[in-house]
Design a protein around this ligand. Structure first.
Ligand code: C2E
Ligand code: CA
Ligand code: CA
Ligand code: CA
Length: 275
């Protein structure tokens, strides 16, 4: 029995070591995010389900590592937030996606918006906000063609600084959406405390459609809530025609999900407009 215990300890030690090694490697690479050519960006269309028209694109980060293969954004965004490199990573994302998107708008006369994920942490980072505004000037993308999706990495509670910054961004024409509404820290108090234009309902609610009557009732309540507060609403993670039909019947016509499109590479986005 002693021996077994010893082996398990070695195994555990090994796993821990591998875990730490991966973590350190990812941190090291994030430190130089700007030059990390393994990180790139894909664009998932957001659709008006009534017409099938594309109304916008959400930019999502991807990392194909020579060392570890695909690393999920859930993993590396998390590490970037914890280790303080999220500002650099977000700046890289904005620089590249703004430039690409300005070209798409110019080349194809596309009038929809670009939705970018913004960690709530960055909303109180004045240096970041200054850079963010500079990217509009540098790339020539107009502010009213960008929407920020605020993701809840850290609870933002009723921070005065956050609501002031959100208000300033909105005044400049940037649309503010709350991401993954109904999960994590993202709570009803947000609707009260923060100036918002849009709610993105999390996939976990969409998954309840035609599965659970309580789940459906909850989703309906969120839709009514948004409607009463004059806040726009979008559903994410829509995978089936039945989910789409249900949402449209309940007046939630802004839809994102594999049912319509998966996240696309830049050339695939161009092909969409060319065909
Ligand atoms: P999110 O913002 O909720 O983005 C939606 C996620 O769901 C994306 O996963 C997308 O690929 C996936 N998805 C979209 N439609 C469907 C569907 O119909 N079915 C299923 N099963 N999945 C669908 P992804 O790209 O792996 O990103 C995961 C999360 O990582 C994002 O969740 C977002 O919170 C974060 N993230 C990704 N890129 C960035 C970034 O550049 N900055 C920040 N701050 N966060 C990012
Ligand atoms: Ca998002
Ligand atoms: Ca989301
Ligand atoms: Ca989500």
């Amino acid at each position: 029995a002693k021996k077994l215990k010893g082996n398990r300890a070695i195994l555990f030690h090994d796993e821990l070591h591998q875990h730490l090694e991966r973590r350190l490697y990812i941190e090291e690479k994030l430190k130089k995010a700007a030059d990390n050519e393994e990180i790139f960006f894909v664009y998932q269309p957001q659709v008006d389900g009534r017409t099938g028209d594309i109304i916008g694109f959400e930019v999502l980060s991807r990392w194909k590592s020579r060392r570890f293969g695909w690393i999920s954004p859930v993993e590396f965004i998390n590490i970037a937030e914890e280790s303080g490199y999220i500002a650099d990573l977000t700046k890289k994302m904005m620089k590249e996606s703004f430039r690409f998107f300005r070209n798409i708008r110019e080349k194809f006369g596309f009038e929809g918006f670009l939705a970018v994920n913004l960690s709530s942490k960055l909303l109180t980072d004045e240096a970041f906000i200054t850079d963010f505004k500079r990217f509009f000037r540098e790339t020539g993308l107009s502010k009213d063609s960008v929407e920020i999706e605020i993701t809840e990495s850290v609870p933002i509670f009723s921070s005065k600084a956050v609501s002031r910054n959100l208000q300033l961004l909105r005044q400049e024409g940037i649309c503010v959406a709350i991401d993954d509404f109904g999960t994590g820290y993202s709570a009803l108090s947000y609707l009260h405390d923060f100036p918002l234009d849009k709610i993105k309902v999390d996939k976990s609610f969409v998954d309840q459609i035609e599965k659970s009557s309580r789940g459906e009732a909850l989703l309906k309540s969120i839709l009514h809530l948004a409607d009463n507060l004059n806040i726009k609403i979008m559903a994410e993670g829509v995978e089936t025609g039945r989910q789409r039909d249900w949402l449209i019947a309940n007046d939630c016509y802004r839809i994102q999900g594999y049912y319509y499109y998966r996240p696309l590479q830049m050339n695939e986005v161009e092909n969409l407009f060319q065909s």
